[in-house]
Unconditional design. Structure first.
Lengths: 113, 113
């Protein structure tokens, strides 16, 4: 089945220790998104890639970076995690022109100690 | 720009009762509208979507929603709630020619036995 895969599902890191979250997709969609979701809140868009074009949301902290080495993979790098970065991180994909319907991965829950 | 307002952060119904989750949108162009469901520690799953055509759309798990342009609404309904419907529900809006999807704050549905 075509899908969006996120690894790991649970990640524990220490305050200030860099961490990378991974997302891969078998849908061959050209748009990939990263969202941050805190408890009982809506997903908050951090950035997205349209093909290789990176689009950063204006209020996304510089501490968050992303890489998309190819169509299938996208990474979220948190350079110096703070306690406030503990959240669920959701990856999603869409096919441009396809009504923007987004397909979500299961998420990675990040804990910062 | 588009936005979504979900009325009621918590809705509680009895098993077998009608489920009604309210969503109002704002969009300067014809919107695409979505309802997603999220179970604990999981990603978002598409329930249904409105893009064009028939204004009453049916989705998975017995849910349906009606696009009412005059009321700028896209309320989600299910005739008879099941215990397994307990989850967080998000209404979302996007529009042609952009890759953005804007989520409402979410409504947590509780189903009482």
């Amino acid at each position: 089945d075509a899908m969006v895969i996120q690894n790991p599902r649970y990640q524990v890191t220490q305050f200030g220790k860099p961490v990378t979250l991974s997302c891969s997709q078998t849908l061959n969609h050209n748009v990939m998104y990263w969202y941050q979701q805190k408890s009982s809140q809506a997903p908050k868009l951090l950035f997205h890639y349209y093909d290789k074009d990176f689009n950063n949301e204006a209020d996304t902290p510089d501490n968050f970076q992303s890489r998309r080495p190819n169509t299938s993979f996208c990474f979220l790098d948190i350079r110096s995690p703070g306690l406030g970065d503990a959240a669920m991180y959701l990856c999603a994909t869409s096919r441009a022109g396809d009504y923007n319907e987004q397909f979500f991965g299961p998420g990675t829950r990040l804990t910062v100690l | 720009a588009q936005s979504v307002t979900q009325l009621g952060s918590h809705v509680s119904v009895s098993e077998g009762a009608l489920v009604l989750l309210r969503c109002n949108y704002s969009s300067s162009v014809p919107p695409y509208l979505f309802w997603y469901v999220q179970y604990p520690n999981q990603g978002l799953q598409l329930l249904l979507k409105y893009t064009t055509g028939a204004t009453l759309v049916k989705g998975i798990n017995g849910f349906e929603a009606e696009f009412k342009k005059s009321e700028t609404s896209f309320h989600l309904t299910k005739p008879s709630a099941h215990m397994s419907d307990a989850a967080e529900y998000f209404c979302a809006v996007s529009a042609k020619r952009n890759n953005d999807m804007r989520f409402g704050a979410g409504t947590r549905l509780t189903v009482k036995p």
